[in-house]
Design a protein. Structure first.
Length: 345
């Protein structure tokens, strides 16, 4: 692999801090600080806000640093990275969405929702196949739900990626978990892809339907009622979440956490669930609450979007004989694939 092909990009963090605070002046200088953290250059800028304490600022610096341990793909080497949404209009990044492969409860036709069920053998094969389909599309960060079926799918898919980086789950659940999962080799960090797990991307909570057989539920409550529970936008199943409720947490998470990364030129894979992804797709494609009722997602089929100029352009699914078309869509994707070709030569 051509090591020189890998470049890092600068991350700028704007922090509020009191300029009269002697500790901030002493430790961080006047208003900005540049340093390398986990192989990732970080530019910390202090904004003059006396209402925040130095300790508060320091906490933010540490949090900002520790949540970003990856390097940037060749495709990003020319990208200017910033957290300011008003800049960066020329950056293009990829977003891959994958619904998990078949789970053991999909196989049994049971309502699953928030129940944490693993993949079947077929689901494992679907995840590997999904990985083959996207193996030349850049991935800098991975987001999955907190559920094992989505995490298995992401991990299995990444075993097929030609970039050969190792996906590593970030453990932020406690200070100890964070400390104990640190990596101390710069080179190893460079060969890693951070995997962020978030409950907000979980499947909708199916309430009292969880564990029930879908066919038997139709017999008991009628086809129409069950269809309404499963596909309507705003009718929740008994004690469960409607798609609208699921969308409130999943789309909010996407906007707050994933979209800024795309805006900064990071290529993202999201492995999640039928309904959490339906709600995200509804947002990306500006679907109405009526249109989303017809949206069905197959297990293990990756969908590709290009993020550019603050817009999401659907590129379909990189499946089968039309795969070449995916790369024809953008020059950057073709260049990335070319770099991967050169790395193996
Ligand atoms: O059971 C579930 O959790 C979901 C996804 O499998 O089912 P549905 O197709 O009804 O949204």
């Amino acid at each position: 692999m051509a090591a020189g092909a890998l470049h890092r990009s600068m991350r700028t963090i704007h922090l509020h801090g009191g300029s009269n605070d002697s500790a901030s002046t002493k430790e961080f200088g006047n208003s900005s600080l540049k340093f390398i953290s986990k192989g990732f250059p970080v530019d910390v800028k202090f904004l003059n806000d006396k209402s925040r304490s130095f300790r508060h600022c320091k906490m933010h610096v540490i949090r900002a640093i520790s949540s970003h341990a990856s390097v940037v793909d060749p495709i990003l080497s020319t990208a200017h990275v910033t957290t300011n949404f008003n800049q960066n209009t020329s950056i293009e990044s990829s977003l891959i969405l994958i619904r998990h492969g078949e789970s053991m409860w999909n196989e049994k036709n049971l309502f699953t929702g928030s129940v944490d069920v693993p993949l079947t053998k077929r689901g494992i094969e679907e995840a590997i196949k999904a990985g083959e389909r996207i193996n030349s599309i850049p991935v800098n960060m991975i987001y999955t739900s907190a559920l094992i079926r989505a995490q298995m799918t992401a991990m299995l898919a990444m075993t097929q990626h030609r970039q050969k980086k190792i996906p590593i789950i970030m453990h932020d659940e406690s200070i100890q978990a964070k400390e104990w999962s640190q990596i101390f080799s710069e080179e190893t960090i460079q060969q890693s892809i951070p995997v962020i797990t978030a409950w907000q991307l979980n499947e909708r909570m199916y309430g009292k339907l969880q564990g029930l057989n879908k066919e038997e539920t139709v017999v008991k409550y009628g086809k129409e009622k069950v269809h309404e529970w499963r596909r309507s936008f705003d009718s929740p199943p008994p004690n469960g979440e409607s798609l609208e409720m699921c969308s409130q947490r999943a789309v909010a998470y996407f906007k707050e956490n994933i979209e800024p990364q795309l805006h900064n030129g990071r290529n993202i894979m999201v492995a999640a669930h039928g309904n959490s992804l339906r709600s995200i797709i509804m947002y990306l494609e500006k679907l109405t609450s009526q249109e989303v009722t017809n949206l069905e997602l197959s297990t293990g089929v990756p969908l590709l979007y290009i993020y550019k100029h603050g817009e999401f352009l659907k590129r379909g699914s990189p499946v089968g004989p039309k795969e070449y078309g995916v790369y024809a869509y953008t020059r950057n994707l073709a260049l990335y694939r070319q770099k991967l070709d050169e790395m193996v030569q």
